[in-house]
Design a binder for this molecule. Structure first.
Ligand code: FAD
Ligand code: DLZ
Ligand code: SF4
Length: 507
């Protein structure tokens, strides 16, 4: 008799560990543990989502004939750690060993590897590329460009392929995507589910144990099983997907979700399968219900970016999350935890993070991420924040996006140049600036948009690192052409802004 570990983000019936074992003799172990629930102060909605989905998955396994040893968080015998629970269950059931699917975090991989029980780790094959596939692709390349990796994934899966050619003749339709914010949105947003008894019970537990964490627990509306997640997916494919591409980068004061899929949390926990999701999107294109730019853009995020960042996380190793190529050390300001700020874009991105445990890609990258990079916030603190506050956050996917794509702390493995912008970009893509206390048009002065000041401050302080980057030469030429007095004014106003922020003043 063996134990089969199923972690909170492994809620998939086809999990390799479940496939390997025998429901007639082996016992599934699932555990809500303090260690996992508190390695960062997770958003209460994230914890509630996972615990509810775990409890429902355990019920599903029982109905499917498995014996499941499930530990609830408030079980008095709970040891508080995954390995502690495995050891306890192994002795209780006299198990010969433990079979598990590789976790998505180095910390847990190390802990499971060190257990004093015979254990067998299996690859997590819920992804399209294995570690070996990614390493074979990366081997010998000077630059790991996502676009080329993505084309291989298209060929491998056959998604949006007409024979050996990409559908429509092009691999990438991003050119048609980045439209500014629309005047109105004709999609009501993600499907919302009323909590059932299982969810209500978990909500009580989370309110008691994690009620002080940043984030609103109520109203709770996430899907918590595969059936519901599939209903949500179908609802989005019909109503959201057709305009997903056009407005993928747009941001609006009154629309938290726009046309986004809100599928990351379901994919990452295992409730939805990436291929299933992409095939459903492709089917909408094939019958004429969604245009190619939307469907290609969406599929690229999943079989391209999602797989690519996972490849980077595992290829780069456990020290990736500690990298800090630009030597940034500023403390995360309180506005990331909801303290007042005059910057409307930050207030909006953080506000919906607090209420929904969600912000879309451009809010994460070009608002909170852009600010963190320009202001020189310590990457480790920023990483912990992102890992805590989003319902879809697990280290394998969050860290490459934060440390690599957003903060350039990996020295350019993921991003060939830093994703930075002045207020102009946010103004173009959103309606945030119109209701902001700062003026996006002002480059200096009391009301100048802080992004305008910090943009030049960043370029100036990192001149040595970036002056040779051909894609940034233009910006340095513009900066150098400004008269010296103006440059000094920008730098001193930026420094003043940062010191007020460091002093804890609302900025
Ligand atoms: P959609 O916009 O509908 O996109 C569809 C799906 O594509 C997503 O659900 C996701 O699975 C995948 N995807 C899109 N972009 C990426 C990407 N860059 N990397 C990996 N997958 C991607 N994604 C996470 O799943 N977890 C995270 O913790 C996370 N942290 C991020 C932190 C930063 C700083 C940035 C810039 C991006 C981060 N992302 C993360 C990527 C992306 O922002 C989210 O996947 C997306 O916003 C989730 O919303 P959605 O499901 O509505 O996605
Ligand atoms: C994120 C999370 C949380 C909050 N709680 C649990 C838990 O109690 N039990 C569990 O098995 N998994 C949990 N998880 C998910 C793990 O942290 C996740 O499996 C690892 O970070 C690897 O991705
Ligand atoms: Fe953000 Fe600047 Fe626009 Fe205000 S003016 S919303 S700070 S970009």
């Amino acid at each position: 008799m063996r134990l089969v570990l199923v972690l909170g983000d492994q809620l998939s019936p086809n999990l390799s560990a479940l496939r390997k074992c025998d429901k007639a003799s082996d016992i599934v172990v699932m555990a809500e543990v303090a260690d996992e629930a508190s390695y960062v102060p997770h958003h209460p909605k994230k914890i509630a989502f996972l615990f509810a989905a775990m409890r429902k998955f355990a019920d599903y396994l029982r109905r499917d004939g498995w014996q499941v040893a499930y530990t609830r968080l408030d079980d008095p015998n709970n040891t508080g750690t995954i390995t502690g629970e495995l050891i306890r269950r192994a002795s209780e059931h006299k198990a010969a060993g433990v079979v598990y699917t590789e976790p998505g975090e180095w910390r847990l991989i190390a802990a499971l590897g060190d257990m004093p029980i015979k254990s067998h780790s299996l690859p997590d094959d819920r992804f399209i590329a294995s570690h070996a596939d990614f390493d074979a692709w990366a081997e010998g390349r000077k630059q790991l460009r996502m676009e080329y990796f993505y084309r291989d994934m298209r060929r491998k899966t056959g998604l949006l392929m007409d024979g050996d050619q990409p559908a429509g003749g092009k691999w990438n339709y991003d050119h048609d995507n980045r439209k500014p914010a629309p005047d109105s949105v004709d999609y009501a947003g993600p499907m919302q589910f009323t909590p059932d008894d299982t969810v209500e019970e978990v909500l009580d537990l989370v309110a008691r144990r994690f009620g002080n964490n940043f984030g609103d627990l109520h109203p709770f509306w996430f899907a918590t099983d595969t059936g519901q997640a599939r209903q949500h997916l179908a609802h989005w494919i019909k109503g959201g997907l057709p305009k997903f591409g056009d407005y993928q980068d747009a941001m609006l004061n009154d629309h938290k979700f726009l046309y986004h899929g809100i599928v990351g949390l379901y994919l990452n926990a295992g409730l939805l399968d990436p291929l299933e999701v992409c095939q459903a999107a492709e089917a909408a294109y094939r019958v004429g219900d969604a245009p190619l730019n939307a469907v290609e853009g969406f599929i690229r995020q999943i079989i391209g970016w999602r797989e690519y960042v996972r490849g980077i996380y595992f290829r780069e190793g456990p020290d990736y999350v500690t990298r800090n190529a630009l030597g940034h050390s500023r403390k995360l300001p309180a506005m990331y935890w909801g303290a007042p700020t005059k910057m409307n874009c930050i207030a909006k991105a953080v506000g919906q993070t607090r209420t929904e445990a969600y912000a879309h890609h451009i809010q994460r990258l070009m608002v909170t991420g852009n600010f963190a990079l320009l202001a020189g916030l310590a990457p480790a603190e920023v990483h912990e924040w992102y890992l805590a506050v989003y319902a879809d956050a697990y280290e394998w996917v969050e860290a490459p996006n934060v440390i690599g794509m957003s903060l350039f702390a990996d020295d350019g493995i993921i991003a060939s140049k830093p994703y930075i912008s002045s207020g102009n970009y946010i103004h173009k893509m959103s309606d945030y600036c119109g209701t902001c206390a700062y003026r996006v048009q002002d480059k200096t002065g009391a009301d100048a948009c802080p992004f305008n000041l910090l943009y030049w401050h960043f370029l100036d302080r990192h001149r040595d690192r970036f002056k040779g980057n051909p894609r940034m030469g233009n910006m340095y030429r513009i900066w150098d052409k400004m008269d010296a007095e103006r440059r000094d004014q920008v730098l001193s106003e930026a420094a003043d802004f940062l010191s007020r922020m460091d002093d804890g003043q609302p900025v």
